[in-house]
Design a protein around this ligand. Structure first.
Ligand code: ZN
Length: 317
């Protein structure tokens, strides 16, 4: 009994609402929230409903979001990704107007905007069609700048191209956005846990996959090296993705001294959710345990689809 009374004073890691970032999908083609079948409890939001949703998050105690856009039109060069009236640009403006204090991060990539589903501009190489590095870098800088211009606090480039962070930093600085932070998806593994996200964001492929520019799950040294490169290029926040089954990587990357974000991805969410729905696991207990473990391993920020649920659970206590 005595032991139980004293225990909370010795707890080393305490999960808080301010640790959490909620991923928000904004779909230009819908007029009401649309459920995502492989991620129960998650929805795509229409552009004119996204500020309402973020206000609900803010009221629950979640003060940070990361936005993913689903454009109505795709093309080979992802032009909608940087269009002034693109889906993310409009979403940022409407959230910013309603909730000046909300921390807005944006995913900077092209894969949701290209008709071929890849993360940049495709060129012909000796091995067939593949990402054209320089043109893709230019595109990333253009997308990041357009998000900053519309009011994003943090831009999060996710495609892991060589030189990506440096190119974006230079473009932001040159335009006067020195205060816009870069959260780099620095240690992003070629994981099978991204499946449900592809349902959510319509980002399948017309050919190939992303294994050429994501890290092999067996490679720890490579993951650390990728993060070191991003530190050298000027990243403000590093990221490890997925989170829960890469805690060793997270602990190593946390040693660099920069803030570290961990992305508990769609598959991690779906597994806990599905087992919870079948009564095989206690969803709430397992979700909280997974998040506390991610924080214990060194994450300063946790991007998680459970963010709103956790805030509600804490508010009920
Ligand atoms: Zn991408």
């Amino acid at each position: 009994m005595r032991r139980r009374t004293i225990q909370p004073f010795f707890r080393e890691t305490e999960l808080q609402k301010t640790d959490l970032v909620m991923p928000v999908f904004v779909d230009e083609s819908i007029s009401a929230p649309l459920a995502i079948p492989s991620m129960p409890g998650q929805f795509r939001h229409p552009v004119d409903g996204v500020a309402d949703y973020c206000e609900r998050l803010r009221d629950a105690g979640i003060g940070a979001v990361i936005l993913f856009g689903i454009p109505a039109k795709k093309d080979s060069e992802a032009t909608e990704a940087y269009a002034p009236d693109g889906v993310v640009q409009r979403a940022i403006r409407s959230i910013r107007e309603r909730l000046p204090g909300m921390v807005i991060t944006t995913d900077v990539c092209a894969c949701e905007y290209t008709d071929h589903g890849h993360c940049g501009i495709i060129g012909e190489t000796v091995d067939g069609p593949d990402l054209e590095n320089d043109l893709s870098l230019e595109l990333m800088a253009r997308i990041a700048l357009s998000h900053a211009e519309n009011g994003a606090d943090i831009v999060a480039p996710s495609c892991m191209l060589d030189g990506m962070v440096k190119t974006i930093r230079e473009a932001l600085d040159a335009a006067g956005y020195q205060d816009t932070l870069i959260m780099s998806y620095s240690s992003k593994f070629a994981s099978a846990l991204y499946g449900p996200f592809r349902d959510a964001a319509d980002s399948g492929f017309s050919f190939g996959d992303r294994t050429t520019y994501q890290i092999d799950p067996g490679n720890a040294r490579e993951a650390i090296m990728e993060s070191e490169l991003d530190v050298a290029e000027g990243a403000d926040i590093l990221m490890v993705k997925p989170a829960g089954i890469y805690l060793d990587i997270l602990a190593s990357v946390a040693g660099f001294g920069l803030p570290v974000a961990a992305y508990q991805v769609s598959g991690e969410y779906a597994m806990i959710k599905a087992a919870g729905e079948r009564g095989w696991l206690d969803e709430r207990a397992v979700a909280l345990e997974s998040l506390v473990a991610i924080k214990r391993a060194g994450a300063d920020l946790i991007i998680t689809y459970f963010a709103e649920d956790v805030a509600r659970w804490f508010n009920e206590e």
